[in-house]
Design a protein around this ligand. Structure first.
Ligand code: ADE
Length: 237
């Protein structure tokens, strides 16, 4: 089986690439910013695709456009059996989240900032992409599950918060629904592993929390991703 992680930031992916001893894939996306690493774990293959850097700012490409392109390239190149959107995210302390908690997505991922107030387009804007059923895995690995909600901003204006609360979103991030959309086009099962860097309903500014907690959140992300791969390879879908 081939499991492919789609990860936005180099800092989120580096220790996972190291722990799996993956090799860089040359000619993965020539001329484009995306990078890939891959390697065998026994008879199974693990790959990590990272969005790469913006050419003008030399910063990690975050958000849905890059995630869409990465996922399409990853599926075309690797033909994986499972896609995992992994990374960091915000969550609600009012719903019991703590910094460094790792969530699995269930039952769906959605967009929270695609507002189109026309019947039909309103629902399409939100998306509601079903994800792989992680309930047994979450119980076994003692992980929280929740609706993952995607938008292209780190902050949370009132209108986004109202949408997220109405949808029952637990995890707020910037890529998952784009990854889920492309995976659904190719009929590849997907789910998310998201580690909490910031509490979106706390008094502290989100960007400050994100920067101070990134290292800790990535440590728990890596640890959980290793366990998730171990679980999937034993309980193959
Ligand atoms: N990534 C990490 N924290 C986030 C937040 N609060 N919103 C969107 N993306 C995030």
């Amino acid at each position: 089986m081939h499991i492919c992680f789609i990860i936005a930031m180099e800092a989120e992916a580096a220790s996972l690439i190291e722990k799996f001893s993956l090799d860089e894939v040359t000619h993965f996306a020539s001329g484009l910013p995306m990078w890939a690493w891959s390697g065998l774990q026994g008879a199974d293959q693990i790959s990590v695709v990272v969005n790469g850097k913006d050419a003008d700012y030399n910063l990690d490409l975050i958000g849905t456009q890059a995630a869409t392109l990465s996922t399409h390239l990853a599926i075309n190149h690797f033909k994986p059996d499972m896609i995992i959107s992994a990374g960091t995210a915000g969550a609600f302390q009012s719903k019991g989240a703590n910094i460094g908690d790792v969530y699995l997505s269930y039952p769906h991922v959605v967009f929270h900032d695609r507002r189109v107030d026309i019947p039909g387009w309103d629902k399409m804007g939100v998306g509601r992409f079903p994800v792989y059923d992680v309930r047994e895995m979450a119980l076994t690995l003692k992980l929280k599950t929740g609706v993952v909600t995607t938008g292209n901003s780190l902050d949370m204006p009132e209108t986004d918060e109202a949408t997220i609360r109405a949808i029952g979103g637990e995890i707020k991030e910037m890529e998952a629904a784009a990854v889920a959309w492309v995976a659904s086009l190719h009929k590849v099962p997907m789910f998310c592993v998201k580690s909490v860097t910031d509490l979106v309903d706390s008094a502290h500014p989100t960007h400050e929390q994100f920067l101070s907690n990134l290292r800790l959140a990535v440590e728990s992300l890596t640890e959980v991703c290793l366990k998730v791969v171990g679980y999937i390879l034993v309980h193959k879908p």
